[in-house]
Write a protein that binds this ligand. Sequence first.
Ligand SMILES: Nc1ncnc2c1ncn2[C@@H]1O[C@H](COP(=O)(O)OP(=O)(O)OP(=O)(O)O)[C@@H](O)[C@H]1O
Ligand SMILES: [Mg+2]
Length: 331
Amino acid sequence: MGIVGLDIGTNYTKITADGKNVLLYPSVVAFGEEKDWSLKGEKGGVYVGDEALSLIKASEGVEVYRPIQDGRVIHSSFIELAKYGLRRLSVEPEVVATGLPVKSSKKEREELKSQLEKELKGKVLVFPEPVGTLASMGVDTGVCIDIGFGTTDILVLSEMEYLRGDTMLSGVDKLYESLEVLIRDKAGITVLPEEITKMLLNENYSIGRIRSGKKVAIRREEVIADYERLMKSWVDRIVNKTKSLLEGLSTTLLDNFVVTGGGVLLPGVFETLKEGFSDIGEIKKPDDPIASNAVGYYILAKTFLGLKEETTEEVKFEEVKEDKKDKRKRT
Ligand SMILES: Nc1ncnc2c1ncn2[C@@H]1O[C@H](COP(=O)(O)OP(=O)(O)OP(=O)(O)O)[C@@H](O)[C@H]1O
Ligand SMILES: [Mg+2]
């Protein structure tokens, strides 16, 4: 049976057909003229992932979409992201398990489900994002904070039941916005989020542009002190929000206190979170915080199918995490 775990994130799409190997590519889709040369055999003027990204830098006159923004599907080209991954993995899935932010509306979930089912011709399951990571770690009771590019999702799970959750519109993008402004002021160049990531993760990295026939560059060491300062106040906001969400809950829930998403891999973020939460619990992260949701969705899909034969009660998991006050209260 073809099962796929699919995590279409604001910045990266992660997809797995075996629960182990995860393919990752930028969530970017470009529609353009067919290029003079197509060295990788892409046809039809639809470019996805790294190729679409290189088009942003190289060409004028192409339509470029980042279909997920602030945790919402804003453009139908998200389907291209899913199809591209399935093509690359050579899989025709019967079941695709995926996720949306905790505070997505029921309508958004239903729309995503029906559009994917129509286009991919398989059954689609939609989970609240951080559940993927908890499932990938074999945890059914605990707290998970998923710091993604577009949103930070906080979820409290008790025996695989949704207890509490929230979606903050403060993902890595908010941190990067301040850095982008800083870089524009310092060097007069506009940079892509993917370039900022490379710069933060690699010593001696610089981002360069040719401007008016000259080379203009910004080096990591020129921004790192400002980054530290901005990062600390950004993490503080996440810590405070989480603490207020956890108010009054049993401390046993914090036996499994997990932080995930690419945000926790940025310099100093895990350490700052650890310090911020030191008086309530010990945080841990999965082996691969970027891939863990996709892996967990795959595992959940398998469980779902297994349960289906025995009982119909648990099969309702998808509806279980429905928050009664399901107004999209975003912070
Ligand atoms: N090695 C890495 N490669 C890519 N991104 C990284 C890496 N390490 C840290 N990051 C950060 O992780 C971010 C992407 O995280 P993630 O994939 O969890 O977000 P997302 O799922 O696309 O967003 P969201 O969940 O909000 O929709 C990047 O923007 C970058 O800041
Ligand atoms: Mg994500």
